[in-house]
Design a binder for this molecule. Structure first.
Ligand code: PMP
Length: 326
């Protein structure tokens, strides 16, 4: 086979995981189809309001980013971009890195992640546990510093790296267009009125909203982001001051809400103590945004079925001090 043919031949690693058996499921088969949970106590007293959330920590890598990573890896393999021992390279604040590392282990390709040194110890340990290697960048430069370094590395050694570039990769938002949105539509039996999600790469918001608006053009789509450049909403971007992802489309949201870190911390504790849901900070921020919208709708006497995303669990944030504070 010529190199040319090798590069266009679909990669068998992506499909060959059953190795002759159809028993059980592969890691890829375990991604998606997450439960939709009802937040009953948080929405108590709000007549006509149903608050729902996708439990994305139930994905095998523990976050919603499994969907995007699997979609981008599958696309790269289908196009022969991960052939010839190439290493997958990307900048990540954590969850995408964990998902790439898991997929690299399961599907047998090397993974190199570029991350600021201030990502939580838990995240560092998890990616190393899966066997990925890490290039560390200056924490003062945040996730944009990691993006700039990944670009340099990819440009310097194009023969060794497949630069996945989750911020520009259409297979990122398409994962949510193909899976997250149809799941929400089915699980709400078409009754969803509002979809609310935060902006990191923006893949979740863009992909899910595009598809949901096809199902229901009257759907109200609301994006949220941190209220300033220095914030504790890990995984989220403050768009006015960040490198704006190429896949982001600011026209798609009907409305954008700014969330304060303190409000998200307080909601993370409420969700743990009132709903028994131990979720991450961006997840809690999504519930803060949802509750604000719910209160407005209830005040107007309108019925609403509001859906947000619980991107990950609290596991990776348990060392944060806010859990202990009054
Ligand atoms: N929440 C967390 C905890 C994340 O790590 C991410 C990914 N950066 C997101 C939300 C946002 O997802 P997206 O990249 O699809 O905008």
């Amino acid at each position: 086979m010529t190199k040319e043919q090798a590069q266009t031949k679909p990669d068998s690693r992506i499909r060959g995981s059953s190795r002759g058996s159809t028993l059980g499921s592969s890691i890829l088969g375990r991604i998606g189809n997450t439960p939709l949970v009802r937040l009953e106590r948080i929405a108590q007293g709000l007549d006509g309001i149903t608050l729902l959330a996708k439990a994305e920590w139930t994905n095998p890598g523990g976050s919603i980013k499994d969907r995007a990573a699997a979609s981008m890896v599958r696309d790269a393999m289908d196009r022969g971009l991960l052939a010839n021992g190439k290493t997958l390279l990307d900048a990540t604040s954590g969850n995408t890195g964990i998902a790439y590392a898991m997929l690299g282990a399961a599907l047998d390709f090397p993974v190199r992640l570029v991350m600021p040194t201030n990502v939580s110890l838990e995240r560092k340990r998890i990616v190393r546990a899966y066997g990925a290697t890490v290039e560390w960048t200056d924490p003062d430069q945040g996730s944009d510093g990691a993006i700039r370094r990944a670009r340099e590395m990819a440009a310097g050694e194009p023969e060794n790296y497949f630069y996945c570039d989750q911020y520009s990769n259409n297979a990122n938002w398409q994962a949510h267009y193909r899976t997250t949105a149809p799941e929400i539509w089915q699980q709400t039996e078409g009754q969803i009125t509002h979809f609310i999600a935060g902006l990191g790469t923006s893949g979740t918001f863009i992909g899910t909203t595009r598809r949901l608006k096809e199902f229901h053009p009257g759907l109200v789509a609301i994006s949220f982001q941190p209220d300033g450049p220095f914030h504790g909403l890990e995984g989220m971007k403050h768009m006015p001051t960040a490198i704006v992802p190429a896949i982001y489309d600011p026209q798609l949201a009907d409305r954008n809400i700014e969330i304060e870190t303190e409000a998200a911390y307080a909601m993370a504790k409420r969700l743990a103590r009132e709903e028994g849901l131990l979720v991450g900070i961006s997840a809690a921020a999504g519930v803060v945004a949802s509750l604000r919208v719910a209160e407005e709708e209830a005040a107007e006497g309108r019925r609403a079925v509001i859906v947000t995303v619980l991107a990950d669990s609290a596991d990776k944030y348990l060392s944060e001090r806010f859990w202990e504070e009054e």
